[in-house]
Design a binder for this molecule. Structure first.
Ligand code: ADP
Ligand code: ZN
Length: 535
């Protein structure tokens, strides 16, 4: 299809002036009839990549989508654009399903959305599918949220595995897999599990240039800051993510009492109430959704202007996905993560709770993985580097900052000289090494702070010259320093699960006074200038 035709269709059928990055190349591959795997960030506009070809190609396009709400949403949007689309899922009466299928056989629809279990149902496979293939013909089979096929993804759905059988039954129909989840392992899994045939692979950049990222210190003023932000721009829709249901309820109640149209959302509410709250948010009857991570996937609200994490996200990937619900319309939006020292304790506590319900023993692999993920989140939070660069590196992209759209790029953090503290900490390690002993950070901090636990006394560590020399700093402050030393490669940590610390060449230079240690403050203090971003 010539370019003017493609652009004309984009404009006349969807009302868009131009393609978003990556869309045109995908559309062209789909029009060629190739199998395809497209990885696009949330808000990248992946729906258009199969909807436009579906409109242009003869026949009907089948779209497998895991969420009923998402399906209905997309069909409604298509219908608003005057595009013949429908869906079939368990929310419909059998009679209605029959009617929609008959209209599909008649070639009345360009797109038919289906839940996976519907498509895989024996009646559909042996009855409806062959009829559709015969007439009007199937232009493509789209697997939306294709990462659900992979156990390595964050949302594994066993029924997705069986979708591979479509490959045999519809040998000539192109299969198109779409996802916003990017790790290489999940990608490989999708291609294998869905038996894609030499797919064209498209990976859009995960950079979301319209999002402003910042990390702020969580403290007594955090609530006031949130409230002020909500009041300053009452028309700005926002999502506030909290770790627990209780926190969601508390925060929503506080905001309501302060006159903000805020609603709670979590898995503890009954389904009707959840639906009502979600609809109120989408219609802008509520300004803020205070939610656990139960709120998110499949919510189609492109004009969310800010996403706040009131608690630490579990992984950097989940942070990317959750914060990425801001600004899907491409207009400026902000993502703020509040972080306090207590968050680390909570996260560590939750990791320790990961035990086998049968034996009560620790699930060591899961705990190890969760610790590694926590470390990545802390790296992000405490980094002085461009936030974008850190996030994109995690997805295997290189991004050369500065981006001018994150706190670290706009206002580089002040560095403080921490050479003395570093020397104190490292000499504590050195003293123990002389005695042939190796320990992890917490115990070393206990020694420095002059702890007198039974274990410490029994070990004879109260007699060390370094015992108590670091009293003037809190354990929390010490932990921040140790993490910075680790980030900067100024001390080594064993990866065997015991996290024992040891000296390296850089540590020895510091001990000899030949090297300075400069560490940024834990997070940005609250500053008015950092909050006025979204126009
Ligand atoms: P996702 O990739 O998250 O599924 P969507 O397909 O829902 O994203 O698209 C996100 C938003 O971008 C929607 O509001 C959609 O209408 C809009 N959009 C998609 N393509 C374009 C385009 N070429 N020009 C302008 N807006 C677009
Ligand atoms: Zn930046």
């Amino acid at each position: 299809m010539s370019s003017p035709d493609l652009f004309a269709a984009l404009k006349s059928r969807f009302g868009f002036e131009s393609f978003r990055p990556g869309q045109e190349a995908i559309v062209r591959d789909v029009l060629q009839g190739r199998d395809l795997l497209a990885i696009m960030p949330t808000g990248g506009g992946k729906s258009l990549c199969f909807q436009l070809p579906a409109v242009l190609l003869p026949g009907i396009c089948l779209v497998v989508s895991p969420l009923i709400a998402l399906m209905q949403d997309q069909v409604r949007l298509l219908q608003d654009d005057g595009i013949a689309a429908t869906f079939v899922n368990s929310s419909l009466e059998p009679g209605e399903i029959g009617a929609r299928m008959r209209r599909s056989f008649n070639g009345e629809f360009k797109l038919l959305y289906l839940a996976p279990e519907r498509l895989l149902h024996p009646d559909f496979l042996s009855g409806a599918l062959p009829r559709l293939l015969q007439a009007p013909g199937v232009s493509a089979i789209v697997i939306d949220e294709a990462h659900c096929v992979s156990e390595w993804g964050h949302d594994f759905r066993p029924e997705y595995r069986q979708l591979a059988m479509l490959r045999q039954r519809c040998a000539d129909v192109p299969m198109l897999a779409f996802t916003a989840t990017a790790t290489p392992r999940v990608r490989a899994d999708i291609v294998r599990q869905l038996a894609l045939r030499q797919p064209a692979v498209h990976t859009a950049s995960f950079n979301r240039p319209n999002l402003f990222y910042a990390v702020r210190l969580k403290n007594k003023r955090t609530y006031a800051e949130l409230l002020a932000r909500a009041r300053r721009a009452p028309q700005d829709a926002g999502i506030v993510y909290c770790l627990s249901r209780r926190r969601v309820d508390e925060l929503a109640a506080m905001l309501q009492a302060d006159g903000i149209r805020a609603l709670p959302y979590h898995a503890g509410l009954d389904p009707d109430q959840r639906r009502l709250h979600q609809e109120a948010f989408i219609r802008d009857d509520a300004q803020l959704m205070i939610a656990t991570i139960a709120f998110g996937m499949g919510i189609n609200k492109p004009d969310v202007r800010w996403v706040v994490h009131y608690d630490l996200p579990r992984t950097l990937e989940s942070y990317y996905q959750e914060s990425g619900r801001a600004g899907r319309d491409g207009d400026p939006a902000e993502c703020i993560l509040y972080f306090g020292a207590g968050d680390i304790r909570t996260a560590e506590f939750l990791i320790q709770q990961k035990v086998d319900p049968a034996t009560g023993g620790a699930l060591e692999d899961e705990q190890r993985m969760a610790r590694q993920q926590l470390r990545q989140v802390l790296d992000y939070v405490e980094s002085t580097e461009c936030r974008r660069a850190v996030q994109l590196r995690y997805f295997g992209e290189t991004f050369a900052g500065p981006c001018a759209q994150c706190d670290n790029c706009r206002e580089p953090r002040e560095l403080e000289d921490r050479t003395i503290e570093a020397q104190q900490f490292l000499s504590c390690i050195a003293r123990l090494v002389q005695r042939g002993e190796r320990y992890g950070a917490s115990y070393l901090i206990e020694i420095l702070r002059g702890g007198r636990s039974q274990r410490l006394l029994d070990n004879g560590h109260a007699d060390l010259s370094v015992h108590g020399i670091g009293r003037k700093l809190s354990a929390e402050a010490w932990r921040g320093i140790v993490r910075a030393l680790l980030h900067q490669g100024l001390v080594n940590q064993s990866q065997d699960g015991y996290s024992v610390l040891s000296l390296n060449d850089a540590s020895r230079e510091i001990l000899r006074g030949r090297r300075q240690v400069r560490i940024a403050r834990a997070a940005h203090p609250v500053r008015a200038s950092a909050t006025s971003t979204a126009g």
